[in-house]
Each structure stands twice: as C-alpha cells, then as structure tokens.
Write a protein that binds this ligand. Structure first.
Ligand SMILES: [Zn+2]
Length: 292
C-alpha cells in the first residue's frame, strides 16, 4: 500500500508494509491545481504500482471528496474529488482520511490500543483534532467528528480578530494556532513575529508573548474540559509545531490546574511526531482491509 500525508505546505509519501513506513519522501504542496497535478505525476513515477492508496489530508473528507474547513489554506481543495484523482494516477483503489483523525488513530496504535477514549489535538498552522471512542476512530458520516479547532473558545483573541477562516467567530483556531499566535503578536507588538518568535519571547518573559501563550493555553484547557465533559476521555495527545513547542504542554497543564479535578483530562505529548498522519492512515486502511 502507498500512504500519503497531504498538508498545507508539503506532501509526504511512503510505502506501508508490515505496519511500518518504507522509502519516505516529500514534496512541497503546490498552490495551484495545475501544480498539484504535476506533483501527483512525479509521485506516481516515484512509487509505481501500489495495490491501493490511502491518504491523510487536511480538510474535511467523507473518504472520497474534500470540503475545505479553512478556505484560506488550499484554494482548489473545496469540493475536489481527490480520491478519484489518486485512483486515476495509480490505477488502484484510493481512500481519504482527515489528517488529524489519521494521527489520532496512529496515536491510539502507538499507545498499544489501551486508551478507549482518546482525543488527538494538533496545534499547528491550524488547529485539528481526531477522536477515538470505545476503541473506534469516529470520523462521522460527513467526516466532521473531532474538529475541535472550530469549537468556540471561551475567550476572544487578545487582538480582537474574531472571524475564523471557517466562517465562525472565536474558534479555538483563532487563538491557539501558529497562524493566530503570529497574527496576534504582530498586531499587538507592531512588528512581524512568527510562532517560534512568540515562544522565544514567552520564554524570555516578553509581556505580549506571555499574554498570548497564556491565553492560548487557557483556551486549550477549557476546550479539553468541554470535550472531557461530553465524552469522558481517557487521555489527550497533544501534537503539532505549537502543541510540541517547548513549554506549551506545561502551560496547558498549568491552565488545567485551575479547573475542578473532575474536568482535568490527562494530556501528554504525541508520540509519533511528523509521521503521525502517514502511520495513522496506514493503520486505518490496513485495519479496514482486515475487517473486510
Ligand atoms: Zn473556525
């Protein structure tokens, strides 16, 4: 099987054999449909004749077609029949799974399939999530399940930018994504700052950066408490470049300490790092084949 992880900035590919990745390569994600078709042709040349293709993708998917949640991310993604395009490129069956849902399934496998109810939360360019409930990955009929980045946060972003790329106001993504941290810090400090600079400023005690990271961590802790109240989670795995930034997990745990004990769900760093989507979609597609 060939596994792909198609994100906003890169496409990763690998062969999936015996529960592991082999021959991993990656390409930059093109901004246009024409560029994407050329990348697809290059990948088809690099990985000839797989028996099937399973792709973890950014966006909401029902397994065949994509709907963009954040329309600013990839312009041609909304309504694109990606599974058909993959099937045509490789002349074999192709399935899609949202990348955060794939990572949730990968984390569930990496933990020895012990946590019955697991939420994977990624704080990265955007904010994504995937849910495993009673040992099953829940995607939902439309693929929307687990999209915790587009649940309203309990506080507004400190720079008063309310509208999220999805069309809803005050989503967690407007506060706690890398894009949001960079936007807020640049606006409040009056100079361009990216997310790593915000974390560096936070470690150095810069008041604007401290305020923003603290607000992001508090919003994450509140969303996790909301999810825990709804679903009774066994554990949360935190991933993404912001989620895994030095000190972020500790900031979220500190924010959780202000909550009543009943609503504090254990949060730990994701185990699989940058390959979580590839590994997760590999397990998911293999498990579906094994289940018939
Ligand atoms: Zn949103």
């Amino acid at each position: 099987m060939l596994v792909l992880d198609i994100g906003g900035t890169k496409v990763a590919a690998a062969r999936w054999t015996d529960g592991a990745l082999h021959g991993r390569r990656q390409w930059p994600m093109p901004a246009t449909l024409q560029g994407w078709r050329e990348t697809l042709a290059a990948m088809a040349g690099a990985y000839p004749e797989p028996d099937r293709v399973a792709a973890a993708v950014t966006g909401v998917t029902d397994g065949q077609v994509l709907s963009a949640v954040n329309r600013q991310l990839i312009s041609f993604w909304d309504g694109y029949a990606l599974a058909d395009a993959l099937a045509q490129a490789w002349h074999c069956p192709a399935v899609l799974l949202n990348d955060a849902q794939a990572a949730a399934w990968g984390e569930y496998h990496a933990g020895g399939r012990r946590a019955g109810n697991l939420l994977f939360l990624t704080l990265s360019t955007g904010v994504g999530g995937g849910l495993v409930l009673d040992g099953r990955l829940r995607t939902g009929p439309r693929g929307l399940a687990g999209h915790i980045g587009h649940v309203s946060a309990t506080c507004a972003p400190p720079d008063d930018t309310h509208l999220c790329g999805c069309g809803r106001p005050d989503c967690l993504e407007t506060l706690a994504s890398g894009t949001a941290l960079a936007r807020q810090a640049s606006q409040l400090s009056g100079r361009p700052l990216d997310a790593p600079a915000v974390f560096a400023g936070w470690q150095a005690g810069d008041p604007v950066c401290v305020r923003l990271v603290t607000a992001a961590a508090q919003a994450v802790a509140q969303e996790l408490a909301n999810a825990h109240a709804l679903l009774d989670l066994d554990e949360v795995r935190l991933g993404g470049s912001v989620g895994l930034a030095d000190g972020m997990l500790a900031a979220v745990t500190l924010a959780q300490s202000a909550l009543p004990a009943l609503f504090r769900v254990p949060v730990a760093a994701a185990r699989l790092g940058a390959d979580a989507g590839l590994i997760g979609v590999g397990h998911w597609a293999s498990d579906r084949l094994a289940a018939g």
